[in-house]
Design a binder for this molecule. Structure first.
Ligand code: DGL
Length: 229
């Protein structure tokens, strides 16, 4: 049992989709959330800058007495997780592996789509993780760089004409790929899941990386005996 808080961070408000799940799954936990809103978006930045920001984010969270960190950011999880894990003596969890595990378990036709930031898609981390889990999965990846700035600017309400237009533009080509599973590889995207689902159709299962990260956090804290009483 450990009463210390869990630190969670993202470039902005997207990681709150993971916090929402954490609060549902682990209501006794204290959570300290850091959204780096002065530097959002992260998704167009280089791996070097992302590592620098990620180190600063973790350093800031560690100024509180935390017991673990959930990197509720697909972009940092794809580009800086191994370094953060090597440099810190507490559990640092990311969203890539749990999201891929869920996608591999859900897909029936082994055609999985990935939407994420440009940095995440470029890193190949989701694609590698899926291939490791099942080499027969065919992955179609697409960067959606306008989604994060639009969400940060409040354009995520159901029926918002701007987000729906942009979603159609990005996702129409994916819809024609015959996917049955689509990973929302950026934690901002669950906030626009209705617009995404409207284009992809009801037969495509959406995987929420934030939710899977929250589930991983509960699993790992349970294994380590670190859950709050
Ligand atoms: N929520 C972040 C992610 O999961 C957004 C990154 C950005 O700021 O572009 O990738």
């Amino acid at each position: 049992m450990d009463q210390r808080p869990i630190g969670v961070f993202d470039s902005g408000l997207g990681g709150l989709t993971a916090v929402r799940e954490m609060r549902r799954l682990m209501p006794s936990e204290n959570i300290i959330y850091f959204g780096d809103t002065s530097r959002v978006p992260y998704g167009g930045r280089s791996p070097e800058i992302l590592l620098k920001y990620a180190r600063q984010d973790v350093h800031f969270l560690r100024s509180f007495d935390i017991k673990a960190v959930l990197v509720a950011c697909g972009t940092v999880s794809t580009t800086a997780l191994p370094q953060l894990q090597a440099e810190n003596d507490l559990p640092i969890l990311g969203v890539v592996e749990p999201a891929c595990r869920k996608a591999a378990a859900m897909t029936r036709n082994r055609r999985v789509g990935l939407i994420a930031t440009a940095a995440s898609v470029r890193s190949g981390a989701y694609q590698r993780s899926l291939r490791q889990l099942d080499p027969d999965i065919a992955v179609t990846a697409k960067a959606c760089p306008l989604f994060v700035p639009l969400v940060e600017n409040g354009r995520f309400r159901r029926g918002d004409v701007v987000i729906e237009t942009v979603a159609r533009e990005y996702l129409e080509p994916l819809r024609r790929e015959g996917l049955d599973t689509l990973i929302l590889g950026c934690t901002h995207y669950p906030l626009i899941a209705p617009a995404i689902a409207k284009v992809m159709g009801p037969e495509v299962t959406l995987i929420d990386a934030g939710r899977e990260g929250a589930l991983l956090a509960r699993r790992r804290l349970t294994e380590l005996g670190l859950l709050a009483p």
